[in-house]
Structures are given as structure tokens and as C-alpha cells.
Design a protein around this ligand. Structure first.
Ligand SMILES: C[S@@+](CC[C@H](N)C(=O)[O-])C[C@H]1O[C@@H](n2cnc3c(N)ncnc32)[C@H](O)[C@@H]1O
Length: 260
């Protein structure tokens, strides 16, 4: 039976969410390039609505997409169907911590801070061990995480108007976001609320959605990877592939290999 996921209630706004995020164009092209340059099999953990996987499929790469949320996988199927590449995707409803592939992967990617949805360090450790076990010898693991700074924490804590759009019923909607950030536990509760407005601009209904996230310090990410048996090839500080440096990095993007 499918496990419940916070994303089941987030799936209908996920495309607005990613279309209005500053970081998505860069992470999209980075991961698509990585997928198409591997001979395969390529696996995306937390495939979501197929934002990356479908773009890679359009460029000819078959992708196995793993996701806990049935609603996100439904969105992914719709996106792939609309792009005419559904036959290039294999979708698995499974958890990062115990997914099982039919054949060992050449590349497993976990994009867009998604490891952070496993808030407990032990769960992240389990996911890393599982990724390691599902890669073929010499196979690659790529994931990114927030690089948390006081500036980013301040930004996340602000209330922001994220998007203005129309709902399926034609009504105007505003999507707001803020986050509760707990520096001690490295955890983030993203809180969004979508206001549906009538033709006079009056509030008809407000709908809240929440996501649980967390982050690793770079030293923790390094330790988790090496403890799981990975050899670290590179760490980038942005999606242009700039080597990680504390003072200039915006992200932490880890490229690791299972030894042969
Ligand atoms: C931030 S979205 C990323 C989606 C897509 N990779 C992208 O970059 O747009 C995170 C995805 O991970 C999935 N997810 C969260 N926790 C998960 C878990 N424990 N196992 C499998 N999927 C999970 C969510 O359902 C969601 O689709």
C-alpha cells in the first residue's frame, strides 16, 4: 500500500512552485546534461512531476523515476504523455530508503534538495546506503543540498508572495510562502498558503500546504558519503560546476562514485 506523503497535497501546485523558483533553470540543465551523458541506466530519486526526467527523455535518455507520492507520479505521467515520451520513463512508487531497482544503475540522482525531506540523520544514512547498494560498481551518485547561511535563513523566514495565477475554475489565486527554520536541528517547515479570490478580489478560500525539509552541513554530507562507501569525485558550489568554496558557494552539489 502507498505510504502517505506531504507531496500528495502539494502536487497540484508543484509546477507553479518550480516555475517561480530562482534556482530551477540552473538545476534543470545541470541534471539533464548529467543524465544524457550517461550510457544508462539512469535513476532519479524524487522524480516529482518529471520536470527534469521528462526534459532528459525529450533528449533521448530513458529514466527510472522513484517517488513516494502517488500524486506526484500522476503529474509526472501527465507531463511525459503530453511530451510524447511516456514510454521512456519507468516510474516506481517507493521510498529513498528502500527502493529496489530491476538492474543496477549507472547514475542515481537526487536533485533539488530532496534528501532534506528525510529530516532525521539516520534516515539520510539509510538512503545513502540504499543508493550505494543499487548502483553498479563504478556507478555515480549526484545530489545537491541547501548551503545554509544566515542570509538564506533570513530570506526563508520572510513572508513572500510567490506567484499569481488562475485556478482551473478560472478564479485568481495568490500563492504565499514562509518557513520556520530551526537552526539547532537543521530543520525547515515550509508553509504555503494559496488564496482563491473572487472577481472583486475578496478571499473565497485559503488553503495551506506544508513541507518538511532539513539540511546538511558540507562536513556532514562528506561524512555520510564516505561512511556509505562512496568515493567523492567533486563538490560544486553552483550548478555551473564551480568548485565548492565556503565564501562563494550558493549550493553544495556532490558527485560521488561507488568504487569498482
Ligand atoms: C523537491 S521535489 C523534487 C522533484 C524533482 N526532482 C524536481 O527537481 O523538480 C521532491 C520529491 O521527492 C519526493 N520525496 C520526498 N520524500 C521522499 C522519500 N522519502 N522517498 C521517495 N520520494 C520522496 C517528493 O514526493 C517529491 O516529488
Amino acid at each position: 500500500m502507498a505510504r502517505p506523503s506531504e507531496y500528495d497535497r502539494f502536487a497540484d501546485i508543484y509546477q507553479v512552485w518550480t516555475d517561480t523558483a530562482a534556482s530551477t533553470p540552473a538545476n534543470l540543465s545541470f541534471y539533464v546534461d548529467a543524465y544524457v551523458s550517461e550510457p544508462g541506466p539512469v535513476v532519479e530519486l524524487g522524480v516529482g512531476d518529471g520536470r527534469i526526467a521528462v526534459a532528459a527523455a525529450i533528449r533521448g535518455r530513458s529514466v527510472v523515476g522513484v517517488d513516494l507520492s502517488v500524486a506526484m507520479l500522476d503529474q509526472c505521467r501527465l507531463r511525459a504523455q503530453a511530451a510524447g515520451v511516456l514510454d521512456q520513463l519507468t516510474l516506481l512508487n517507493a521510498d529513498f530508503r528502500d527502493f529496489q531497482l530491476d538492474q543496477p544503475a549507472a547514475l542515481i540522482a537526487l536533485p533539488y534538495h530532496s534528501l532534506g525531506h528525510l529530516v532525521a540523520l539516520d534516515d539520510k544514512r539509510r538512503a545513502m546506503a540504499q543508493v550505494f547498494s543499487q548502483l553498479r560498481p563504478g556507478g555515480r551518485f549526484i545530489f545537491d543540498d541547501f548551503l545554509m547561511t544566515p542570509l538564506l535563513i533570513d530570506h526563508m523566514r520572510q513572508v513572500q508572495l510567490r506567484a499569481e495565477y488562475q485556478l482551473a475554475n478560472g478564479a485568481d489565486a495568490l500563492l504565499w510562502v514562509t518557513s520556520l527554520v530551526d537552526e539547532a536541528s537543521h530543520s525547515i517547515k515550509v508553509v504555503t498558503w494559496e488564496d482563491e479570490l473572487d472577481s472583486q478580489g475578496a478571499l473565497v478560500q485559503r488553503r495551506y500546504r506544508r513541507l518538511s525539509l532539513s539540511w546538511l552541513e558540507p562536513s556532514q554530507a562528506r561524512a555520510l558519503l564516505t561512511d556509505a562507501g562512496f568515493v567523492i569525485e567533486s563538490c560544486f558550489g553552483d550548478f555551473a560546476g564551480t568548485p565548492f568554496a565556503d565564501a562563494s558557494a550558493h549550493e553544495q552539489i556532490w558527485l560521488a562514485r561507488r568504487p569498482t
